[in-house]
Every structure is written in structure tokens, then in C-alpha cells.
Write a protein that binds this ligand. Structure first.
Ligand code: BG6
Length: 499
């Protein structure tokens, strides 16, 4: 029997995609280009429309012109007039102040006729592409009007990160959302999960006997996760001051990657089977004691420095940032997963802004050979490394030792590498394309379930509290470097180094 190929196919369901924050940065840079590419690839349902909700006064023509320009600028695929013609017919701008609860009834009335036009049967997706302080306001507005139709096939809500600012606020937000939408209709976005290379972690692990059979502490010496950015906080100083690297990157993207790297094989590829295994990783995280915090956690903040020959300001000099700010722009971490598979293998994590290099990479370092044949003091050997790289570019690199032909008896590390441009891999879709596609077809696998978010906050909260209680000596790394010196020591004291 021929195996079924799980290709992306045109979705059969109809629906309206309502974007709160229709004039915002996320909508312009990510959401609209993603919708454009889904139309281009013929993946959207036949009966589908987008309603962009915003506070600004705009004509339909003016709004569409802005969206068109964003697509030209940010889409991964070239702009084609015929695709745009299809898109502009299904996009409408709706002016509304979403902090005014009285205006939700107007939206509700408008939707009735809008939906008749597009034959979308009352199926609605509410996408909250707004600043986190408006999440509850909008949920409350939706609750207080007739926006959820019991006759529809579905009503879904999509929430961007950060989901709360700590465990308590996350719980309270979740409670409020649950009064309106059941868990299965809540899509908590972590856009890293939409990245092809992050999804590739499971394929690499569970489709390759050669990797999965050695994927444990018996063969793996340590695992390193690096998410370093050369960018500073740009125009997001006000947001970042309240967030810092812990809330911005660690609580979500990093812990999600860690869960995928460390999880046990799920019983099948169904949404909850995968989420259950990811959750167990967070639950098995070593206990965060005072000793752990003192020895294994490093916070940093960038001072001024040089990047590609250009002088850049320190964090405290950025716009909308307090001159005495204690916010961390770097986190370095060593942790253990206390379960049967990982006992004894450390995970090293680092993430930061304004670092010397942009890099998103997971490095699996395998244990060294015993050296009874090729003695270590005679032959220089490099440990086997499996690197999963997701930016810049995508690829997997495996490093292993071979004979060095240029000398009589030498050994040299050789690399085997696949790139995003490997034949058959095509032009990598943007994370948001996949995520929007999955929201419409109702697949939450690439979104965080509440208990995962809760477990991640339980870990992050302790680290954040520790940072807030401790007087920092910020800034403690120069822009353009790979973070504070102590981040190197974190590995050096274990006889290791960042790769
Ligand atoms: C976002 C953070 O979630 O991820 C940003 O808020 C960060 O601060 C960004 O720059 C990184 O995403 P990517 O896809 O560019 O690696």
C-alpha cells in the first residue's frame, strides 16, 4: 500500500481572520505577508476573509496600499500582482477602539453582513496582535458582545507572547480566556515552533536511528543552545524594560526548544501526545535552589561597543530605557534534566541582544572516545558534534574525525553539512505561514498548551526573582561580544567551551 504523504493541502473550512492590531508592526511584517504566501500557494479555504481591526482612521484603499507595500518589503516570495488581486478582495479594514467595550457590538453587527458576503458561516479566529496589556481588555470585549456564535463550527483565539509577566498574571489571564474560549480553541503563539528547523528537531531525532539510539546521557556529553542577536532593543525599549531576556526569550522560545530536544518519543504525532512529552521535560527540570542560582545563572546587560565597525549605544542609552535600568539583555544558564535519559548531561543555554554574532544553534556534543588507540596526547581529536542551525539560514552539520591525508599520521575534524538549499527542501516558509495555516485547520501541535506555559513560568519566575533581588553590576558586557566573561566560565569550570 502506498504511504500517505502529509503534504500541506488547501483547507476545507471557511472562516474570518480578525486581527486586533491591524495596523501594527506584527501585522505588517509577518501576518499579512504570511496570508499573501498562503494565497500564493493555494492553501487558504475558498471561503475566507481577513478583517483588520485598528484604531486609526484609514480608507480601505489607503490601508490596502500599506499592506501591499509591507508584502513587497517583507514577503519571502516575490510580489505578484495576480496574487495581490486575490488578496485585496478578501481584506477589509475596520476602525474600532478596542479599549471601548461599547464598540464590540458594532464589530459584531459588521461581521454579520461581512460573513454573509464571504459565506464563512460564523467561523471566527480572533488574533490578538496587540501589546500584552490589551489581551484581557479584548477578551472582555469579546465576552461582553455577541461575537462568539454558538452556531459556528469554531471560534478560536490566538494570543501572542508574552503570556503573562509571571506565573500569577499568566494564571489570571488564562482564567479570563477560559471563561470565553475552551483550551482547545486557544492558540498561544511561540513563533519559534513555526520555524522549519525547530520542527526538524523531531524529524532528526525520530526518523534517524543513528541519532535517536545515542540520544542520551550515556553518549552525549553536553547540549548547548544559543540564541544570540546582534540587534539591540531597537524601538522596543518600553516593552523590553518590563520583559528582559528572561521573559522575552527564555520563558518561551528557549524552554520550548529544550523540551523538543530532550523529550521522550511520543506515542504518535497527535497534538496532545507531543505536548504531553514536552511538558514532562519541564517537570523534570532540576530543582532551582539558592546554590543553583548562585552557580548556574548569569545575567548580563550590554554596554556600548562596536558592531561591524560601527559604534552602538549601551542598553541604558537606548530610547525609552531607564538610565539605571536593571533589566537583563543576556542570560546564561546551566541546567540538568533529572530523568533517566538525561541524568548527568548538562544543558548550557545562552541568549542575548547586541552580541558579536547572530546565531540560533543547538549543538549536541558527544562524549570523547577512550583514547586507547589514538592517544589523546599524540592525536588531536575533536568530539563529534551535531549542530542544528536555524539562523541565519537553516542547516544541520555533523562533525567527525577522519584521517588527515596531508600528514603521515594525523587526524582532522571533517564536517558533513546540509543547508536550507539542499535539493528537495525548497524555499523555507516563514514561521507565521505554518502557524496561521494550522490555526485555520485547528491543529494546536505547534502552539503551547496551558500546562506547558505554566511549567515554564514556574522555572522562569524563580530566575527572575533572583535577578530582581540581586544588585547587578550592569552593564557587564560590551556590545559586539559574546556576553559577560562569566558566561565563558560557566563552561570552562566544567572543562568545556561554547562551540
Ligand atoms: C521575539 C522577541 O519573540 O523573538 C524578540 O520578542 C526577538 O526580542 C525575536 O528579537 C527573535 O526572533 P527571530 O525569529 O528573529 O529569531
Amino acid at each position: 500500500m502506498e504511504a500517505r504523504k502529509p503534504e500541506m493541502v488547501k483547507i476545507d473550512l471557511s472562516g474570518v481572520f480578525i486581527i486586533f492590531g491591524g495596523t501594527g508592526d506584527l501585522t505588517n511584517r509577518k501576518l499579512m505577508p504570511a496570508v499573501y504566501n498562503l494565497i500564493r500557494d493555494g492553501l487558504l479555504p475558498e471561503h475566507f476573509a481577513v478583517l483588520a481591526v485598528g484604531r486609526k482612521d484609514k480608507t480601505q484603499e489607503g490601508y490596502k496600499e500599506e499592506i501591499k507595500n509591507s508584502i513587497i518589503k517583507y514577503s519571502r516570495n516575490e510580489f505578484h500582482e495576480e496574487v495581490w488581486k486575490k488578496m485585496e478582495q478578501i481584506v477589509t479594514y475596520f476602525k474600532m477602539n478596542f479599549t471601548d467595550s461599547g464598540q464590540y457590538h458594532m464589530l459584531s453587527e459588521f461581521l454579520e453582513s461581512y460573513e454573509m458576503n464571504f459565506k464563512t458561516n460564523g467561523n471566527r479566529i480572533f488574533y490578538l496582535a496587540v501589546a500584552p496589556e490589551f489581551f484581557e481588555t479584548i477578551i472582555h470585549g469579546i465576552q461582553g458582545s455577541n461575537l462568539i456564535l454558538s452556531t459556528a463550527n469554531y471560534n478560536r483565539v490566538v494570543i501572542e507572547k508574552p503570556f503573562g509577566k509571571d506565573l500569577l498574571t499568566a494564571r489570571s489571564l488564562n482564567k479570563k480566556i477560559l471563561q470565553v474560549f475552551p483550551e482547545k480553541s486557544i492558540y498561544r503563539i511561540d513563533h519559534y515552533l513555526g520555524k522549519e528547523m525547530i520542527q526538524n528537531i523531531l524529524v532528526l531525532r525520530f526518523c534517524n536511528f543513528i541519532f535517536e539510539s545515542v540520544w542520551n546521557s550515556k553518549y552525549i556529553d553536553n547540549i548547548q543552545i544559543t540564541l544570540s542577536e546582534t540587534l539591540g532593543v531597537e524601538s522596543r525599549g518600553a516593552y523590553y524594560e518590563k520583559s528582559g531576556a528572561m521573559r522575552d526569550m527564555v520563558q518561551n522560545h528557549i524552554l520550548q526548544i529544550l523540551s523538543l530536544i530532550a523529550m521522550e518519543p511520543p506515542v504518535n504525532l497527535k497534538m496532545d501526545s507531543i505536548r504531553n512529552e514536552k511538558l514532562k521535560v519541564l517537570e523534570a527540570m532540576e530543582e532551582i535552589t539558592d546554590k543553583f542560582l548562585e552557580e548556574n545563572v548569569i545575567f548580563g546587560q550590554y554596554g556600548s561597543g562596536e558592531l561591524e565597525g560601527i559604534l552602538v549605544p549601551g542598553y541604558r542609552e537606548e530610547k525609552n530605557v531607564d538610565q539605571q535600568s536593571e533589566t537583563e539583555t543576556f542570560v546564561g544558564l546551566k541546567l540538568h534534566i533529572d530523568n533517566f535519559r538525561w541524568a548527568g548531561t548538562p544543558f548550557y543555554i545562552r541568549t542575548g541582544k547586541r552580541m558579536g554574532q547572530q546565531s540560533g544553534e543547538i549543538v549536541i556534543q558527544f562524549k570523547e572516545m577512550p583514547g586507547v588507540l589514538y592517544y589523546k596526547d599524540v592525536y588531536e581529536q575533536t568530539p563529534n558534534l551535531l549542530c542544528i542551525k536555524f539562523q541565519p539560514g537553516n542547516g544541520v552539520r555533523f562533525s567527525f574525525n577522519t584521517k588527515d591525508f596531508s600528514v603521515h599520521n594525523g587526524i582532522v575534524a571533517t564536517q558533513m553539512e546540509t543547508g536550507g538549499n539542499t535539493p528537495g527542501q525548497g524555499n523555507t516558509p516563514e514561521a507565521y505561514e505554518r502557524l496561521i495555516y494550522d490555526i485555520i485547520r485547528g491543529d494546536g501541535t505547534l502552539f503551547s498548551r496551558w500546562d506547558e506555559v505554566e511549567a515554564a513560568w514556574s522555572v522562569a519566575d524563580k530566575l527572575i526573582q533572583y535577578r530582581e533581588q540581586k544588585k547587578s553590576r550592569f552593564p557587564n558586557y560590551r556590545a559586539g561580544t559574546m556576553g559577560p566573561e562569566r558566561a565563558q566560565e560557566l563552561l570552562m569550570k566544567d572543562g568545556r567551551k561554547w562551540w
